[in-house]
Design a protein around this ligand. Structure first.
Ligand SMILES: Nc1ncnc2c1ncn2[C@@H]1O[C@H](COP(=O)(O)OP(=O)(O)OP(=O)(O)O)[C@@H](O)[C@H]1O
Ligand SMILES: [Mg+2]
Length: 245
């Protein structure tokens, strides 16, 4: 907990979009509230036990301690409702789901990144079949997730290379794949790259993939990474084609 908070405070999150900043803050607040809630509920249990112990004492002692017990009880109750309100406030920002042609989002994101990629001699190819059904997504969030994944691809390529963004239907899911010809991900890091603040870059925040995964999960899907056969990394973002509540 302390390290997560310390890292969060020490990191530069100014470049993150407002919704992501809010989600990050919400997550930290939620974590803090849960950490406070556990000892608080144990205090509540011990307070009750103490009340039972006191009832066995002579009435004069009970009267003398009643006011103090009342204050402790009141303050415990106050803390509990503060934590409760906190948890309600810290809920994640809601997604705005609307049926979208996935090709629109892919094209938009690829066009946005092409100039930067070209400057590094990286070519971005998009392969989206024309007959894909519309997908219920929050277009802004999904674009953010794709951006984070493709930017990582560009950064992982040293010298000329290629990033292929493709979409395909698999049963009642849509698979969005981003494959690069970069360095690939060392096997021992595959389990860590989605952790908040995990980075191997001098200037990295280690938040890009964590945010992208949060977005995928919020849609009822997921995001996975593997090393592509031959070279580079392959990220697969899965989205349900039907709305899940
Ligand atoms: N396509 C990729 N190829 C190789 N390694 C990758 C790739 N994508 C991510 N990684 C590894 O995963 C780590 C975490 O990625 P993530 O996007 O979360 O953070 P970051 O890129 O380091 O910083 P930022 O918050 O600026 O995105 C990276 O530092 C890198 O080591
Ligand atoms: Mg990144």
């Amino acid at each position: 907990m302390e390290t997560e908070l310390a890292r969060a405070i020490g990191q530069d999150v100014t470049h993150l979009p407002a919704t992501e900043k809010r989600d990050l803050l919400a997550r930290l607040l939620k974590r803090l509230a849960h950490e406070i809630r556990n000892p608080l509920s144990s205090l509540g249990v011990h307070f009750q036990l103490l009340e039972e112990d006191l009832s066995a004492l002579p009435p004069a002692v009970q009267t003398r301690l009643a006011a103090r017990m009342g204050i402790i009880h009141g303050e415990l109750h106050r803390l509990d409702s503060i934590v409760e309100r906190f948890l309600k406030l810290a809920g994640p920002a809601a997604l705005k789901l609307e049926p979208v042609a996935i090709t629109q989002i892919v094209t938009h994101v690829c066009e946005l990144l092409r100039p930067e990629a070209a400057a590094r001699k990286v070519e971005i190819l998009a392969e989206v079949p024309a007959d894909l059904p519309p997908v219920p997504v929050d277009a802004v969030r999904l674009a953010q997730a794709l951006l984070n994944i493709i930017i990582n691809g560009i950064q992982a390529i040293n010298g000329p290379g290629q990033i292929k963004v493709s979409a395909a239907q698999a049963g009642d899911h849509l698979l969005l794949r981003v494959q690069d010809t970069g360095s690939g991900i060392p096997a021992h890091e595959l389990g860590e790259i989605f952790d908040p603040y995990f980075t191997t870059k001098a200037e990295g925040n280690g938040l890009g993939l964590w945010i992208a995964q949060q977005i995928a999960v919020a849609h009822g899907g997921d995001l996975r990474a593997e090393n592509a056969l031959g070279c580079g990394a392959l990220f697969t973002l899965t989205l349900p084609l039907r709305r899940t509540e």
